[in-house]
Ligand binder design. Structure first.
Ligand SMILES: Nc1ncnc2c1ncn2[C@@H]1O[C@H](COP(=O)(O)OP(=O)(O)OP(=O)(O)O)[C@@H](O)[C@H]1O
Ligand code: SF4
Ligand SMILES: [Mg+2]
Length: 324
């Protein structure tokens, strides 16, 4: 067990009932969609830990488990060393007191009928901060995140995109948190505002002892923000490690394709494989249908996690240390 881990996830699985199964229609496919297929990672104190992967790979599902919105089917989650029992309300509340979230779309995540003050105040409702201190705390967190004090009684519709995302951040941090999950926090913003928010997030880390779990499609954003990262493909982590090392010398064939492209995953034409049309394989390696380097063992069994280079972890038969 890693004592520095703010978030420690081990062999996490979650499966959802397929919609067609739910409606009683017969399908030729599986009854379940296994959205996470055994995810393990440690986010250490002070990390900005990146999660990168194409749409549907399970990034937000992982975030929702870490906020107690979804219950995992199997596996373990420890937050600051505490094992979470997803059936206990007390544990879910503990998790939410430790971890905040900022979503991709500030427009959809802010109630248009509430003024900024009340939106930020909602972040205090289950905290230990007494009500008579709310005003002070809202002012403090607004200054920290750059929400203009003069706009605390404005409505979201009267704010710019960047201001809205600052309000989301203020709400997430209203009650002090150990870690913040940033789920595509800048992908809906104009490029100029994206840089402003990314720099704000970096400044915030210098002023606080926050740890970030940073989810993005955008390779350049991940490289700019994150010291460590995991690459996800169809509910699995295929590669993890130090950002500089993985980005400059990716080992997994999927990561090689990702990092060879200097562009965002959103711009799918820049990536050689047609990502929108990819499908995972049900047996053997999940990437075998797209992989130009597959060989005999790839169809037979899923590759187990290997540790070829210190903390650089790759899940691929090419690096199997015991041979095959
Ligand atoms: N509540 C749910 N019920 C059924 N299936 C779900 C549910 N939530 C997520 N899924 C499925 O889990 C898989 C992973 O979805 P998720 O939203 O985590 O992907 P993502 O990596 O965040 O994608 P994106 O980059 O588009 O945000 C998808 O196949 C999705 O359809
Ligand atoms: S295990 Fe085989 S199919 Fe999968 S990524 Fe590695 S080489 Fe390709
Ligand atoms: Mg998502």
């Amino acid at each position: 067990m890693n004592d520095d881990a703010v978030i420690a996830v081990s062999d996490l699985h979650i499966r959802f009932l397929n919609r067609s199964t739910f409606s009683g229609r017969k399908t030729s496919g599986s009854k379940y969609n296994e959205a996470l297929k055994g995810i393990s990672l440690n986010v250490n104190k002070g990390d900005t830990y990146g999660i990168i992967g194409e749409t549907g790979s399970g990034k937000s599902t992982l975030a929702k488990i870490l906020l107690g919105i979804y219950k995992p089917t199997d596996g373990s989650v420890r937050i600051n060393g505490k094992q979470i029992n997803f059936r206990r309300t007390r544990d879910i509340r503990f998790m939410r007191n430790q971890i905040g979230i900022v979503f991709q779309d500030p427009v959809g995540s802010l109630n248009p009928r509430l003024p900024v003050y009340k939106i930020i105040r909602a972040g205090l409702l289950y905290s230990d901060i007494p009500r008579e201190k709310y005003d002070d705390r809202i002012r403090e967190v607004s200054l920290l995140t750059g929400v203009p004090i003069s706009k605390l009684w404005n409505y979201p519709g009267e704010l710019s995109g960047g201001e809205k995302q600052r309000v989301s951040l203020a709400r997430a941090l209203a009650a002090p948190k150990k870690a913040l999950i940033l789920d595509e926090p800048t992908s809906s913003l104009d490029v100029s505002i994206q840089a402003e928010i990314l720099n704000l997030l970096r400044d915030l880390k210098k002023k606080t002892d926050l740890t970030y779990l940073f989810i993005s499609h955008d390779i350049s954003v991940i490289k700019y923000m994150c010291n460590r990262l995991s690459v996800m493909f169809y509910g699995k982590i295929v590669e993890s490690g130090n950002t500089r090392e993985v980005a400059s010398s990716p080992k997994h064939p999927y990561s090689e394709i990702l990092f060879r492209s200097t562009f965002s995953l959103d711009k799918k034409e820049d990536v050689d494989i047609p990502l929108a049309e990819t499908a995972s394989s049900s047996s053997g390696c999940i990437f075998q249908r797209q992989c130009g380097r597959r060989f005999e063992p790839c169809e037979r069994d899923p590759p187990s996690i290997q540790l070829p280079f210190d903390e650089h972890i790759v899940s691929c038969w090419l690096y199997h240390k015991d041979g095959f």
